[in-house]
Write a protein that binds this ligand. Structure first.
Ligand code: FAD
Length: 356
């Protein structure tokens, strides 16, 4: 069955909900299609001990402050899931769950959105599919040789799953540091490996600063004042309380990156070896955009060329929430509101112009 609608939002995590909030304010007819069967986007799949790197009041979507979580300065992932579920209900956002979109195609004046739950013909599409479903693993020689267990950040849940094992955590970003700290503080035999020495943000800086810095960078770039370096100029790792605890206990001394895997572990260029039962690759994510392939918009580094959030070569398509390239700090709860508002306004104008 094919249904008509003004706008399809693909993805019902925080970015899709923020888009829905602003589309509703613009009076636009829309539907949100989400592959998950329950609300909360990627937050429902993170590891048990994950806490936000900003307090609740600095982690809110447009319109509704995130309530504080009792006893926690930094809310946990479960609290975020509850907040998103409540947000969706409060604003009566039309989210259809368990619907996976596999293609968007041009279809005359419309975009044809094909999913396992039916087909929609839309005047515009907002892509808000996040990155969690596209974990990135670097290619390392010997990867197929290793007889132990290899998993990505997305597969990690808790230290108890690695009790009595030798674990290597790869990656010097927030996920790598947090998972390394989680394991180390639980007494797991841990080796942390990073491509360059870990760069901790000053202890008194949390996620709030990241948003400010990303915004200042965008403003400087837009005003032609040059690149201020953004968040990366401060450091890579927010020194959350467990990270500080593990670091100060001497449990987070990182080793440089190895050059290959062996059947029993890893090996460095000078021939040094280390044994491992498991390797956890905390090596990042890529935007989940493969369903847009029929539009043939892929540019450099897998990114689609955009102006604000609008695809340069397909003005009926907006991209939301994938990182600074789709708006300053747009891959954060607090940062996605502004680009969501801009996308909804631009779409409302586009639809208005077409209706004339
Ligand atoms: P997601 O939450 O991934 O939602 C996308 C939704 O789209 C999912 O439900 C998915 O199933 C669905 N989807 C994907 N493809 C399709 C398809 N083809 N068809 C239909 N549905 C589809 N941000 C903060 O603000 N504070 C933090 O402290 C913080 N900590 C983080 C810690 C970690 C470890 C990570 C990985 C991220 C963290 N972030 C944090 C960043 C950010 O808030 C999350 O990545 C957030 O989940 C991104 O939201 P999203 O809506 O863009 O994507």
């Amino acid at each position: 069955m094919t249904q008509g609608v003004d706008v399809v939002v693909v993805g019902g995590g925080q970015a899709g909900l923020a888009a829905g909030y602003h589309l509703r304010r613009q009076g636009v007819d829309f539907v949100v299609l989400d592959a998950e069967v329950t609300p909360g986007g990627a937050w429902q799949h993170t590891w048990d001990s994950l806490h936000l790197f900003s307090p609740a009041a600095y982690s809110s979507l447009p319109g509704r402050l995130m309530p504080t979580q009792r006893g926690e300065t930094y809310p946990d992932a479960g609290h975020v899931v509850e907040y998103l579920a409540e947000y969706e209900k409060r604003y009566e956002l039309p989210v259809q769950r368990g619907v996976h979109v596999h293609a968007v195609r041009r279809d005359g004046a419309r975009l044809r959105v094909e999913s396992d739950g039916g087909t929609w013909r839309a005047r515009a599409v907002i892509s808000a599919t996040g990155t969690w479903s596209r974990p990135f693993l670097p290619a390392i020689p010997g990867q197929d040789l290793f007889a132990g267990r290899q998993l990505h950040t997305v597969g990690y849940r808790r230290p108890a799953d690695f009790a009595g094992q030798r674990v290597i955590v790869v990656g010097g970003g927030n996920s790598g540091a947090q998972i390394a700290a989680d394991l180390a503080l639980d007494g797991v035999d841990l080796m942390w490996v990073t491509q360059r020495p870990p760069r901790f943000l000053p202890d008194d800086i949390d996620g709030r600063a990241l948003f400010d810095v990303a915004t200042a960078r965008r403003r400087a770039l837009d005003a032609g004042r040059g690149d201020t370096g953004g968040v990366a100029s401060l450091g890579d790792i927010v020194a959350m309380p467990p990270i500080r605890a593990a670091r100060d206990a001497g449990l987070l001394a990182a080793k440089p990156m190895f050059t290959q895997l062996t059947t029993t572990g890893v090996q460095w260029a000078d021939g040094t070896r280390a044994q491992a039962d498991a390797i956890i690759w905390c090596t990042g994510f890529r935007p989940a955009l493969s369903y847009l392939a029929p539009l043939q918009l892929r540019g450099r580094r897998g990114h689609i060329a955009i102006d604000g959030t609008r695809a340069v070569d397909e003005p009926r398509l907006h991209l939301l929430g994938y990182g600074d390239w789709t708006g300053p700090a747009s891959a954060t709860l607090i940062g996605v509101g502004r680009p969501a508002r801009d996308a909804a306004r631009a779409i409302s104008q586009l639809l208005g112009a077409r209706r004339l």
